[in-house]
Ligand binder design. Sequence first.
Ligand code: NAP
Ligand code: HSE
Length: 428
Amino acid sequence: MKKIGIGLLGLGTVGLGTYKVLKSQESEMMNKLGVELEIRKILVRTIEKAVPKVEDPSVLTNNWEEVINDDSIDIIIELMGGLEPARTYIVEALKAGKHVVTANKDLVAVDGEELLNVAAEHHCDFLFEAAVAGGIPILRPLKQCLAGNHLTEVMGIVNGTTNFILTKMSQDGMEFADALALATELGYAEADPTADIEGLDAGRKVAIMSSIAFNSRVVFDDVYKEGITKITATDIKYAKEMGKTIKLLGVGRLEEDGIEAYVCPMLIPEEHPLATVNDSYNAVFVHGDAVEDAMFFGRGAGELPTASAVVGDVFDIARDVQYNCCGRIGCTCYKTLPIKAMEDTRNRFFLRMKVEDKCGVFSSIANAFAENGVSLAQIIQRQSVDGIAEVVVITSSVKEGDFKKALGTLKAQETTKEISTMLRVYSK
Ligand code: NAP
Ligand code: HSE
């Protein structure tokens, strides 16, 4: 009976989760895979800290080369995170002929192409299902189950922390700072929440999903990123009044003139399936010419949900190893499509502003939009207080560059006292 050896790099949240899930599957492996998987080495920084976490502390090491150069190890699972030394360890592992599984979105969103190329050169599998939307299977469906489609959209809620914050703001009327404090207290937000609240984490996931969906490389720097720090409870209240909810959406869209890739808070119609995805849940919505619409929903992060995706990749590799068909599904980016500038994308816009409440102001607002070819779809005007009125509009679909020109005209008008919020509105 052949055993497949595993080396684990990192024993933090997902590393320990992966260890637990592999242990919990031990009695099923022969039936599921026809082979047993055995964790032979675990790289940690501090051995003493890791000893209570594992059954057999003799597998622990703080020397990475001991793991990579171990001839009894076939699969390396990288769960340390960050760019370096993770990148070096992965490259060296692939060069040593070991298959690699990682959840490292930071790395794949930047260096995915190079890592896939090194894997191909050495006939190795390099899989990273857990890097996007944690426990939700999305990369394998995009690469395999939906391969018979021309995919034109892959978008959704791909960050649990910000979805939790926006849900609290929407359901309990909390302001951003209070909802963030609660997310931190409950362990959703990290000590430094920047990557989540500024849209960077979601941006990495958009880069990876779009590259696979559109068969053309999109990297982290290609993705426009805007976070949720400026959203207020007032914006959410107006959005509700207009039949919409605000979500941080990661959007990858294939248009005739190129790929649109962005992350930003967007108003989404209350009847859209993504509008009901709340708390820390994630969901990804896909559109293809054959399948039409498909949605994937579940836990986008956390110890065991993320480990579930990692172990799924490991099992796939175990099957490939047995049938000697590793490296079957490598890089699928066989096109080089342009990435569109944000100014050239089309969306509807939500604008909240404060204006002087005097005769003719409304027509000057309407003119500012009309002069730039922007038509208005919804308008709310509140009773003025001390001569200042709050006006909220939603435009029809317009090129972002044209909307910004209208915004410039509005800002220049003497009667405009404040442009409070500008958000995009998702529409298909
Ligand atoms: P984590 O809890 O911080 O765990 C990382 C572990 O790796 C820590 O135990 C750390 O040791 C260890 N480590 C870091 N550098 C090391 C080195 N050079 N040598 C030895 N050990 C090292 O992070 P995590 O949340 O598990 O995330 C791991 C990866 O999964 C990241 O790429 C992350 O983006 C990805 N991911 C996480 C989630 C999630 O829900 N957490 C979801 C999807 C994807 P110390 O404790 O000593 O620093
Ligand atoms: N910080 C991420 C989130 C999980 O809040 O969804 C890791 O991808």
